[in-house]
Design a protein. Structure first.
Length: 52
């Protein structure tokens, strides 16, 4: 399989997952965004702690 087929397969899987399990998909997105927010908060605290 080449990259084009892999991309189409991934999009099809995501569409199937969202359609078949919308609560699970919403939870997955919520957890991912929460994780990104926590990472940004940690990075902000780290940058603030660096002496100038």
């Amino acid at each position: 399989m080449n990259k084009k087929h892999m991309k189409i397969a991934a999009i099809a899987f995501v569409a199937w997952y969202v359609i078949s399990k919308p609560d699970g998909a919403a939870s997955l997105v919520n957890n991912a965004l929460s994780g990104l927010g926590n990472a940004a908060e940690s990075l902000s605290q780290f940058m603030s702690a660096i002496p100038t």
